[in-house]
Design a protein around this ligand. Structure first.
Ligand code: ARG
Length: 460
């Protein structure tokens, strides 16, 4: 098959080189955006009198026909034609003859591929935003359902203070909210039209880039043709946002894995979202959560991969840039599947509220409440901390829980302690008193649920 650039060549491209340089095996995924971009470009060429109206109609009709062929699986992608751009253009020329040969006027594959990737990432960003939003709604629903369930809150993975399960879940809703903001902000930089930059220098034709931007729904155009064909920072930013997102999903998965162990027993994962062992009949393994945690590695890797590809590239376009696509596609696929599966799994998780409550008040996790009690009686905090520490040490020696101490015993540590100390030793009381903004009291968590529901619903 004759190459579109065969004019200055005396030899045919080696087969090995064809296989080595092709990108059609993966960039076929950009077909829709390539055609959308070409149609807008054609309309502009006709409007500016660069090609005739008749030619533009033939081209557009041809491109629409190709779109149908691809959609229905009838189109044959050819490796000899390298990439999606040349595959579509060659097919167009086959169908429309001379008209099709005019499509590439005032355009290069360099601005074309930058355009396609931007259109692709714009669309995928919107999809990811809607998947995050759906998952946030699921988490908010579960938080509302288990509003009053008390669980142990951890620091250093040691039981620290009782918190509400709902409060803990809302922490993830907040993280996801910032993830959304990052993706939304990234859209500002993705949504600029690079087309019209041509190979790198612009063109002698009287093109109208603003018109093309309008047709394709861009917020503006790139202002430097060299920059527009050279940089992939918008894709790196996307990969970086995705890396942060999956870091959050991975932490959540890690908690599901821990909480579902026999040692924690705080939750039970749904059978449909766990797998068994081929040898140990009793096993029920949290593979879904583990895979999400594991996939964080490849998403980080994809970010590093593109950063490294870019780091020494002289301006402007270099073929190295073709290596941008697989990391981007892989990250999109990975993020989407993780969000879908988490969202489906979560409603089936059984929270063991009884065990959560029992472990929440255990191991002196209300000691801080005693210290705060003493401060309210007039002790400086450091002294109150010291006194409470001694009470805990006494309990450890006697093998007693805090609430098992008599008032007499307690008074040997401080005269200020009265009978009402016992109510603040209960996990639910401890939680109820954490009324500070952002704290774990049911009233505050209820307010946060309302606030978050409003924010999540206001996102388009
Ligand atoms: N397949 C190429 C890519 O993905 C398209 C641009 C090719 N441009 C070129 N001058 N060879 O980057």
């Amino acid at each position: 098959m004759k190459k579109p650039w065969s004019g200055r060549f005396r030899e045919k491209t080696s087969k090995v080189v064809e296989s080595f340089t092709e990108s059609i095996s993966f960039d076929y995924r950009l077909w829709k955006y390539d055609i959308e971009g070409s149609i807008a470009h054609t309309k502009m060429l006709a409007q500016q009198g660069i090609i005739s109206k008749e030619d533009s109609e033939k081209i557009i009709e041809g491109l629409e026909g190709i779109a149908k062929e691809i959609e229905t699986g009838k189109f044959r992608f050819r490796k000899e034609l390298e990439d999606i751009h040349m595959n579509i253009e060659a097919a167009l020329i086959r169908i429309t003859g001379d008209a099709g040969k005019k499509l590439h006027t005032a355009r290069s594959r360099n601005d074309q591929v930058a355009l396609d990737l931007r259109l692709y990432l714009r669309s995928e960003t919107k999809e990811i935003l809607s998947l995050i939003k759906r998952f946030q709604k699921t988490l908010l629903h579960i938080a509302t359902k288990h509003l009053h369930a008390v669980m142990p809150g951890y620091t250093h993975l040691q039981r620290a203070q009782p918190v509400l399960l709902s409060h803990h879940l809302l922490a993830y809703v907040e993280m996801l909210l910032r993830d959304m903001e990052r993706f939304q902000d990234g859209l500002k930089r993705i949504n600029k039209l690079p087309l019209g930059s041509c190979a790198l220098a612009g063109t002698t034709f009287p093109i109208d880039r603003i018109y093309v931007a309008k047709l394709l729904g861009f917020d503006g155009i790139s202002e430097n043709s060299i920059d527009a064909v050279s940089d992939r920072d918008f894709a790196i930013e996307f990969l970086s946002n995705a890396a942060i997102l999956i870091m959050h999903l991975s932490r959540l998965s890690e908690e599901l894995i821990l909480w579902s162990t026999e040692e924690f027993r705080l939750i039970e994962l749904p059978d449909a979202f766990t797998t068994g062992s081929s040898i140990m009949p009793q096993k029920k393994n949290p593979d879904v959560a583990e895979l999400i945690r594991g996939k964080a590695g490849r998403v980080y890797g994809n970010l590093l991969s593109l950063l490294t590809t870019m780091k020494s590239l002289p301006l402007s376009y270099n073929r190295d840039l073709q290596e941008d696509k697989q990391p981007v596609f892989d990250t999109v696929d990975t993020i989407n599947s993780c969000l879908v599966v988490l969202n489906e799994m979560f409603p089936g998780i059984k929270f063991n509220a009884k065990r959560m409550y029992e472990t929440a008040g255990d191991v002196y996790s209300t000691a801080t409440d005693i210290a705060e009690y003493l401060v309210k009686k007039g002790l400086p905090f450091r002294e109150a901390h010291e006194t409470t520490g001694k009470i805990v040490l006494y309990c450890l020696k006697k093998g007693k829980k805090l609430e098992e101490l008599t008032l007499k015993e307690l008074n040997t540590f401080s005269k200020f302690i009265k009978n009402n100390i016992y109510s603040c030793l209960k996990a639910e009381e401890s939680v109820k008193n954490k009324k500070s903004r952002g704290g774990t009291s049911p009233d505050e968590v209820k307010r946060q649920i309302r606030r978050l529901k409003k924010i999540v619903n206001s996102k388009e």
